[in-house]
Design a protein around this ligand. Structure first.
Ligand SMILES: [Zn+2]
Ligand SMILES: [Zn+2]
Length: 183
């Protein structure tokens, strides 16, 4: 996800460029499992310090429902707003000094290439839902038998009532009957 910003950096502050994005991101991160390309649009704007990238990107990822643990596909939308700094704008400062105050991922290299890869990778981690649900009313797994309640695997509700409860229920109903009689 490289953008050459040489021309933009020569332009006045506030100058803009817009790009449509359609990137294959399967190899972006071994722990993310995108199943569709990253699409959307971004805007690159020249600032006094470098280039401000804003935009909205989306993809779909394979994930796991956190209630029923079944595989599912989730939409992920990524809002970008990052300012990249150009090495040329630091004058005499050494690279070490620059890196002390600036994230390396946000540096425009000496060939005026702005690389969005790392920003997008981190952004997808933040944008991916921590508690994804296969559907809003996912019934989840039964804590007693572990069956998937969406699939009707759990029969716990129909399981026989605990015999101690049964005895108590009989007692209570006998009591109410005797009360009815005395009224
Ligand atoms: Zn689920
Ligand atoms: Zn159950």
């Amino acid at each position: 996800m490289l953008y050459n910003v040489a021309q933009l950096l020569r332009g006045p502050t506030g100058a803009e460029r817009r790009y449509g994005v359609s990137e294959e991101i399967r190899d972006l991160d071994p722990d993310l499992d995108p199943i569709s390309p990253l699409t959307g649009s971004i805007k690159l704007m020249r600032t006094s310090q470098g280039v401000l990238v804003t935009g909205r990107l989306r993809t779909a990822m394979q994930m796991t429902c956190h209630r029923c643990l079944e595989p599912m596909v989730g939409e992920v939308e990524l809002e970008l707003e990052e300012e990249f700094h150009s090495l040329g704008h630091f004058g005499e400062a050494s690279l070490d000094e620059i890196l002390e105050e600036d994230d390396e991922a946000l540096l425009i290299d000496e060939h005026h290439q702005l690389d969005l890869t790392e920003v997008v990778r981190q952004g997808l981690w933040l944008a991916a839902p921590m508690e994804a649900l296969c559907r809003p009313d996912c019934a989840g797994l039964c804590p007693r038998c572990g069956g998937n309640r969406n699939l009707g695997e759990c029969l716990c509700d129909e399981a026989p009532v605990d015999p101690r409860w049964a005895a108590l229920q009989t007692l209570l109903s006998d009591e109410s009957k005797s009360q009815e009689r005395s009224d």
